[in-house]
Design a protein around this ligand. Sequence first.
Ligand SMILES: O=C(O)CCC(=O)C(=O)O
Ligand SMILES: [Fe+2]
Length: 336
Amino acid sequence: MTLMNVPIIDLTPYRTGTSAEKERVAAQVGQACRDIGFLVVSGHGISETLIDETYDMAKAFFALPLAEKAKSDRPAVDQVRGYSAVGGEGLSYSLDEPAPPDLKESFSIGPTDAPPNDPYYTGPQAGPHFAPNVWPERPARLKAVCTEYFAAVDRLATDIMRLFAISLGLDEHYFDKTIDKNISMLRLMQYPRQTSDPLPGQLRAGAHSDYGSMTILRKEVGDGGLEVKNKAGAWTPVPVVAGTFIVNIGDLMQQWTNDLWTSTLHRVVNPPLASEENRDRISIIFFHQPNYDAMVECLPTCLAPGETPKYAPVSSGDNLLSKFVKQTTLGQGKAA
Ligand SMILES: O=C(O)CCC(=O)C(=O)O
Ligand SMILES: [Fe+2]
């Protein structure tokens, strides 16, 4: 039976169990990726103290005056670094019928430990993927906390890629070489309390699918705004459970699996204006992206006899650039 709601899966047996237990978790993960493209994970091994500290940093940063936040503005359209103010992006711009810009502001970082003098990271082929981070002066501990959070969630992503490999009938370490120099991004996102009605069609985050291998999202308990479109075409809310992360696969994983798995449309809806839910909400989002030169092409186990690959091979880096640039520029282009 196809899952119509997002399942909650405990990763503990993967991290500590026998190989039979690993297989069992992998099978649950695989079903979620095939049926609905989203899962909620508990037993992930990341410290709640670190997550709380990251929330504290996000709150302190977004509470600063706009002029101060703007000192860390995104340096270039193809570099997802630093601050992006409300109205600066529209996730639905990647679709054919874009809505007005999203009602959110964000602060983004990329990999934090690229070696300074290695041409893989600094040469022309690296493009903007290892662009330096833009750190604000305040709050003073934001850099240290975000760096630690990035590393912790990156390790979780590696575990989940290994679960993906097992569930796809591949060696557990099949993806390791494609993600060891990954170009992931961490975004602190704030959806401000809304003080007037949004424009027609305007959401906290417009309908979109994510671009990379997977997204690992932390939301506040009580923030019910995230919805996914299930296989029956209905928007269904994603449960926000204390101590868990929401994980979804992105377009690259759908392409890698030749559409066996689904990179599901999702959106963040507005709270009713005069309701308790209408308050500042913070999401902490890790977009996992394989190494820029990892070629994403139909996996050998995802091709039925007689079937042909549906997608041309694409590098992780090229795929990301084409989509992120669109997310920030289409709206500007339309307005001009
Ligand atoms: O904040 C959320 O609930 C999800 C946001 C999202 O889907 C995104 O930024 O890609
Ligand atoms: Fe998303």
